[in-house]
Design a protein around this ligand. Structure first.
Ligand code: AR6
Length: 171
């Protein structure tokens, strides 16, 4: 699954300089804990005002705002599934988060995009399965799209970093 357009790094996504970063939001889109809280803190209160106008977002869908005080031009807010047992369409919904986010990035001419490990924190999605879905979905998308040119997977915890490195190397 190795792909020169995919990079894996250990980083705080709020510090990444790229065209778009993706936020693992909730359906209200008004902020929360985890990466969502960090992005809202770093982007500043104008982000919340912009999010209010979006009228929420369904699970598996995505919406876009500007990046405000971040180095990123855009923030793509997507809502991952809450893991229940695996029998509630969680895998398809997670896949949809990546596709919808990438489609928005293309529509806004983004050459670089950074993803967090959507749903693998507070929402409890098993990390290895989530990494396989993320890497597989993004690889398939890149095979048929010239944009984005580069996709960064920013892992915050060492466990996700190790999983992403192993899965992407095909081991
Ligand atoms: N940069 C990159 N990744 C991060 C950062 C950061 N600054 N902070 C945390 N992570 P989570 P979810 C990683 O819980 O599971 C919020 O309250 C974290 O280690 O942020 O999709 C929302 O409002 C994990 O690997 O998101 C929703 O209510 C990954 O980001 C809910 O949490 C996702 O963890 C969404 O839950």
């Amino acid at each position: 699954m190795s792909n020169s357009r995919i990079q894996i790094l250990k980083a705080d996504i709020t510090t990444i300089k790229c065209d778009a970063i993706v936020n693992a939001a909730n359906s209200g889109l008004l902020g929360g804990g985890g990466v969502d809280g960090a992005i809202h803190r770093a982007a500043g209160r104008e982000l919340k005002e912009a999010c209010r106008l979006l009228d929420g977002c369904e699970t598996g869908k995505a919406k876009i705002t500007e990046g405000f005080r971040l180095q990123a031009k855009f923030i793509i807010h997507t809502v991952g599934p809450v893991w229940r047992s695996g029998n509630f369409n969680e895998a398809e919904l997670l896949k949809s988060c990546y596709i919808e986010s990438l489609n928005l990035a293309v529509a806004h001419n983004c050459k670089t995009i950074a993803f967090p490990n959507i749903s693998t924190g507070i929402y409890g999605f098993p990390k290895e399965e989530a990494a396989r879905i993320a890497l597989g979905t993004v690889s398939d998308f890149l095979a048929t799209n010239n944009l984005p040119e580069i996709v960064l997977f920013t892992c915050f915890d060492s466990e996700n970093l190790e999983i992403y490195q192993r899965v992407s190397s095909g081991a």
